[in-house]
Design a protein around this ligand. Structure first.
Ligand code: T4K
Length: 368
């Protein structure tokens, strides 16, 4: 019998490549606190993303929380509910109020046409999400932010290494957070980073992530511990070497799904742009029960019976979280609600066999 199939599987480099770095750690006895491997990893990230400042951290969530704190925001932050729990939690844990903006049907990112109506005198920032690695409308968002004097902090957890019209996605907004979690297209076991062109924000985020310590005898901010250790940095360094070959392997799977599923009645795919170099981390499909004849949950169960574990990323949407049920956060998000009830993200990872992808497409085309 074939193995169980999950929505993703972490890429692991050849073990001897990791062991080379482990030898360096054993020699140096430097395990954490911005050591040599962390520094080397950071230099490589800076080059790859073509940004002024970058800082690897223990995970993407902490990175987002810290950078939001560094901006010293107050009041309301406009964001999307169509995302992982981390985005809104990072806002709420900074004592900010999320205001939910609806998404575009074409790519599930925040709808720029709906942002301005939500701006009040309390609004201080926009936190859009490049969900599934689909770039937000960065130009429109920048225009709106400039006009209303708002900060833009991207949750770019899914968008590592992407480019828009040849330009690194990391260059947009006042700052961006990328996740290097095991389930992402690039991993440092757990991990993430912040990028920005603002020197002061980077300086402050750096200090915040190390307890707010400024010098050996000076603690200037109420920080936390969000440091990336040397074992994580080592995995990041190994995996960077395989980034492009992995992207190419995922692209093949993406193309196969796309060709087979784009014509299935009742299944909708997102609109992919010619000018974006995608990382192909996710393959979301949207099932219209009336047209397809089965709803999303039924399809999910059908696949699970064959030991194929697709996921409902992102259901429920953040505005429906139990955690926020008494919070009264505002926002009319009908498109996000509908899309989240229809979505199923299919397995995609570099070594997923094409036979399995074919099997999934056969099931979805109801040939079996
Ligand atoms: N913003 C956004 C938009 C995000 O999507 C995320 C994280 C963040 C912020 C925060 O970034 P981090 O702090 O995580 O760096 C997973 C991930 O844990 C999470 O990182 C990710 N988003 C989210 C979309 O997916 P779960 O709870 O669905 O993961 P889990 O454990 O169910 O894993 C999914 C599948 O992956 C499993 O069925 C099997 C496979 N898997 C997983 C792990 C951890 C493996 O094969 N090996 C593994 O080690 O959240």
């Amino acid at each position: 019998m074939r193995e169980d199939i999950y929505v993703t599987r972490p890429y692991l480099p050849p073990m001897e490549e990791y062991i080379e770095y482990l030898n360096q750690i054993w020699d140096s006895r430097n395990l954490t606190n911005m050591g040599k491997l962390w520094q080397e990893f950071n230099r490589n990230l800076l080059k790859l993303m073509d940004v002024e400042y970058c800082m690897p951290m223990c995970n993407g969530h902490q990175a987002l929380e810290m950078v939001l704190q560094a901006f010293e925001l107050s009041g309301e932050v406009i964001t999307t509910p169509f995302t992982f729990a981390s985005t809104t939690h990072a806002i709420v844990r900074n004592n900010l109020t999320p205001v939910f903006c609806d998404i575009r049907e074409s790519d599930c990112t925040i709808d720029p046409d709906k942002i301005e109506d939500l701006i009040t005198e309390k609004t201080t920032a926009i936190v859009p999400v490049h969900v599934y690695g689909m770039p937000c409308d960065v130009e429109r968002i920048e225009e709106i932010a400039k006009k209303h004097n708002l900060k833009v902090i991207y949750d770019a957890a899914h968008a590592f290494s992407e480019t828009i019209n040849g330009r690194s996605i990391a260059q947009f907004g006042d700052a961006s957070m990328f996740s290097f979690h095991a389930t992402k297209c690039f991993n440092s076991i757990e991990g993430g980073c912040i990028v920005t062109k603002d020197r002061d924000i980077m300086f402050k985020t750096y200090n915040l992530h190390n307890f707010g310590i400024l010098g050996k005898e000076s603690v200037d901010y109420v920080g936390a511990n969000a440091k990336m250790n040397e074992f994580q940095a080592a995995m990041g360094l190994c995996n960077l070497k395989h980034l492009e070959e992995n992207r190419i392997d995922r692209e093949k799977i993406f193309q196969y799904y796309f060709e087979r599923l784009s014509h299935v009645r009742g299944i909708k795919l997102l609109q992919y742009r010619e000018d974006v170099n995608y990382n192909y981390s996710y393959f979301p499909i949207f099932i219209n029960a009336e047209e397809y004849g089965k709803d999303r949950n039924a399809v999910c169960e059908l696949l699970a019976k064959r030991h194929i574990y697709a996921r409902k990323y992102f259901y429920p949407i953040a505005s429906k979280f139990n955690a926020y049920k008494d919070a009264g956060f505002r926002g009319d998000v009908k498109t996000a609600e509908r899309m989240s009830e229809q979505v199923l993200t299919l397995p995609i990872y570099p070594d997923l066999k094409l036979d399995v992808v074919k099997e999934i497409c056969d099931i979805l085309e109801m040939k079996e």
